[in-house]
Ligand binder design. Structure first.
Ligand SMILES: Cc1cc2nc3c(=O)[nH]c(=O)nc-3n(C[C@H](O)[C@H](O)[C@H](O)COP(=O)(O)OP(=O)(O)OC[C@H]3O[C@@H](n4cnc5c(N)ncnc54)[C@H](O)[C@@H]3O)c2cc1C
Length: 293
């Protein structure tokens, strides 16, 4: 389902995304903020933050709560959908969420930095048996077998959704909690993922001591690397290359926070989110002025 086009879509509800959303709203722009109601796992896990101006010795939980209250007071809602792709369409951006498609005139990426590395063979087989979105691609698995690599318990829901369509789902939990899956056609297989291969039209997930062959593999993490999120975006390792105004190699697309590089700090993320929003507002004004000429 495509929705009304907003001025600025912000992806990520950490300090960078929250700061960008507040500034964009104050500048009277329509905003779509993608992320979670809990805002950021990193902020919540911070025991005591000693260097955030005005909040001495604040716990991460209290900081997240203060930020969430601020969003609520400003009437900014969070769209709780994982964004799997952002496509630059020229005049606007098409944003593929796990459930819906969205449109925005400009985009700010504030996704934080992805923990860990991609699996060998993951990137090379993306779109050739490797997918990042079960709800988007489930329909392709009618009568087929799929493997789901879930990096957090919330991915169990995605595996169950897939199992409603697919004949069989192999679920590999990459976390310590015991999976709570009950569907008869889901087999839970434990092991450490090592590699992904494509052979004879089958996708092979190599675990420590065995291999699972199926028609496709869903790799479900909280975050995807920026190059996969936005095809064609200039990156350096795990980071997006930006200018001082937080603009990226794609016109109308900005980035802020840990995703732009070290130091990984709350105050830096907040500052960059603010700059990115102000730059996006300037960009929107410039395209409006061009149309009026
Ligand atoms: C244990 C710990 C202690 C720390 N202590 C301090 C400290 O004392 N002082 C300090 O300054 N910094 C500290 N930090 C660092 C600080 O937490 C980070 O620098 C900060 O959270 C970065 O903010 P961010 O907005 O860039 O990204 P994040 O906080 O990582 O937020 C990114 C958000 O985007 C969401 N997201 C990602 N991809 C998608 C997608 N595709 N679709 C939708 N949502 C998506 C994520 O789920 C997440 O909610 C600490 C970090 C840790 C882990």
């Amino acid at each position: 389902m495509s929705q009304t086009r907003v001025d600025i879509a912000i992806i990520g509800t950490g300090p960078a995304g929250v700061s960008a959303a507040l500034t964009a709203k104050i500048r009277n722009k329509s905003v779509l903020l993608f992320g979670k109601k809990e805002l950021s796992g990193k902020v919540i896990k911070s025991h005591t933050i000693l260097n955030y101006p005005g909040l001495p010795e604040v716990s991460g939980e209290d900081m997240a709560k203060a930020m969430k209250d601020h969003l609520d007071r400003m009437g900014i809602e969070i769209t709780e959908e994982q964004v799997t792709n952002v496509y630059a369409m020229g005049e606007y951006f098409a944003i593929q969420g796990a459930k819906n498609m969205y449109e925005a005139s400009s985009v700010i990426l504030a996704t934080g930095v992805m923990p860990g590395k991609l699996l060998p063979g993951e990137e090379a087989n993306l779109g050739r048996g490797v997918s990042y979105c079960a709800t988007c691609d489930a329909a392709l698995y009618k009568g087929k077998e799929a493997t789901v690599l879930g990096y957090s318990p919330k991915e169990e829901e995605e595996a169950e959704f897939l199992a409603e369509v697919a004949d069989r789902v192999y679920y590999v939990p990459v976390y310590s909690e015991e999976p709570g899956i009950s569907a008869d056609n889901i087999e839970i297989i434990k092991g450490t993922p090592k590699e992904i291969r494509r052979e004879d039209n089958k996708s092979i997930l190599v675990l420590g001591d065995r291999e699972i062959a199926s028609d496709g593999i869903f790799v479900l993490r909280d975050a995807v690397s920026p190059g996969q999120l936005v095809p064609g975006l200039e990156t350096e390792g795990a980071h997006i290359i930006t200018d001082r105004d937080m603009s990226t190699s794609i016109k109308g697309l900005y980035a802020a926070g840990d995703i732009t590089g070290t130091p990984y700090q709350d105050a830096k993320a907040v500052g960059e989110g603010n700059v990115a929003a102000i730059s996006a507002v300037g960009y929107l004004a410039s395209i409006k002025a061009q149309k009026e000429v």
